[in-house]
Write a protein that binds this ligand. Structure first.
Ligand code: FES
Ligand code: FE
Length: 449
């Protein structure tokens, strides 16, 4: 691998194209990022009762996430301790045990091995069941009901891992009545590197007016975002339209002020959403203050490092599961506020599927870019080159209210640079102690030019 500075030039916002191609880099990402970071698993609302479970992946490891009798959520590697077959084939359900389909070993929802067929006859009762439970995911916790897991017991708490991003995320994840995900997620395979959608969602407002010029005209005709169409001009200076933030941990987002409303196809639907936002905003302001109340009414595109992205407005929530350097499985949910009227939830889910669902218009347009920016690097000469994320470079600043590092323009690549700065840090660092030691220095590194 060698020179990490040649892979990511953090100071100048330049990345090597090899990060979208090389198997050796991908293998290191699995070890240093996916085996050490907090990864999105599911939402409290999808497994409310004892024995409720879902299956998903952390990196390329299959896991089961299951609600315990105590109410706690635990996660286990979905692979039998006997010969390694999966112990749960279903995507979601409710159970009292997981029984392996190969020879029938049975595990409790606490992961313990409880039953072995013909135990006396073929093992002479000498099999030590207590040491053959399912491997447990070291850490599981939730932030505002969104459940994440981490394989590394040395990792910081989820709250600490989210860094300054937690302050921003509370503006929508911590909506007054709480949130829920509408599941099960839709699934699609895209032939792109896992970082390409992550960097797109983390704040690429630049592509919206161009890549999505036609679909926004059809779908968002009443939205303020329509003004971006064709990239011909901006209706107001980019710094008036919104901002970018990046936080410790590589998380970030672009926030477009006032852009959450007006994205539906009929005036009545838009009015319903605007009425909802108007009723909730004072509650958000009271609890979180005016700045975050403004963010609650804004459109967002963001990524929680490494592979969890979301939009506020189209209300999509996604995980990009890596499948080698050139492929991902994308999982897509709709997020809604728990106490919204049923009809509004239905409108939001329909809109999300039209836009960012598996066959959504904007999803298909984005997928084409994700795949081409990955596959062009199959060319040996092509991948010797570099990529540019310099937009807004030198305009980063600190703010008295907003934590992290911010930049006053919603068309910007500050959060791209934050993502790749942390990406490089994770690849280089041998341990969480080393990462913790860098925590006091990360802002300075972003701000100094
Ligand atoms: Fe699971 Fe044999 S592999 S019981
Ligand atoms: Fe897009």
């Amino acid at each position: 691998m060698g020179d990490f500075d040649a892979l990511i030039n953090t100071k100048d916002g330049i990345q090597s194209r090899r990060i979208f191609h090389d198997q050796a880099i991908y293998d290191l990402e699995m070890e240093r990022i996916f085996a050490r970071c907090w990864l999105f698993l599911t939402h409290e609302s999808l497994i409310p009762n004892t024995g409720d479970y879902i299956t998903t992946k952390m990196g390329q490891d299959n896991v089961i996430v299951v609600r315990q009798q105590s109410g706690k959520v635990r996660a286990f590697v979905n692979s039998c301790s006997h010969r390694g077959a999966r112990v749960c084939a279903a995507e979601a359900g409710n159970t009292r045990s997981f029984v392996c389909s190969y020879h029938g070993w049975a595990y409790g929802i606490d992961g313990s091995l409880q039953g072995v067929p013909l135990e006396k006859e073929v093992y002479n009762n000498q099999l030590d069941k207590s040491s053959h439970g399912l491997v447990e995911v070291a850490l599981v916790d939730n932030f505002c009901g969104f459940i994440y897991g981490c394989f590394d017991p040395q990792a910081p708490s989820l709250r600490e891992y989210l860094g300054e991003a937690a302050w921003y995320l509370e503006a929508w994840m911590g909506a007054p009545g709480g949130t829920e995900l509408i599941g099960p997620p839709s699934r699609s395979i895209l032939y792109c590197n896992w970082k390409t959608p992550g960097e797109n969602f983390i704040g690429d407002m630049y592509h919206v007016g161009w890549t999505h010029a036609s679909s926004t005209q059809v779908l968002f005709s009443q939205s303020p975002l329509m003004a971006l169409q064709g990239n011909a001009s901006l209706p107001a200076p980019a710094e008036v339209m919104g901002m970018h933030f990046t936080s410790r941990g590589g998380h970030g987002a672009a926030i477009t002020y006032g852009g959450r409303g007006g994205i539906y196809t009929t005036a009545r639907e838009n009015e319903m959403l605007l009425a909802w936002l108007a009723a909730q905003t004072p509650k958000v302001a009271e609890r979180l203050g005016e700045v975050r109340a403004k963010f609650y009414n804004s459109a967002w595109d963001g990524t929680i490092f490494p592979n969890n992205s979301f939009l506020v407005g189209p209300n999509t929530f996604k995980v990009w599961l890596p499948r080698g350097p050139g492929a991902i499985e994308a999982l897509t949910w709709t997020w809604v506020e728990k106490d919204m009227p049923k009809e509004l939830k239905r409108i939001i889910a329909r809109n999300m599927n039209q836009t960012f669902g598996t066959a959504g218009m904007l999803e298909s347009e984005d997928a084409d870019n994700m795949e081409s920016m990955t596959q062009s690097n199959d060319g040996l000469v092509t991948r010797r080159g570099t990529l540019n994320a310099q937009m807004g470079l030198g305009r980063e600043r600190e703010d008295v209210v907003m934590p992290g590092v911010v930049s006053d323009a919603m068309i910007n690549e500050l959060s791209h640079r934050g993502f790749y700065r942390y990406y490089q840090e994770m690849l280089v660092a041998e341990s969480w102690d080393e990462l913790r030691a860098n925590s006091s220095k990360w802002k300075k590194a972003h701000l100094e030019r």
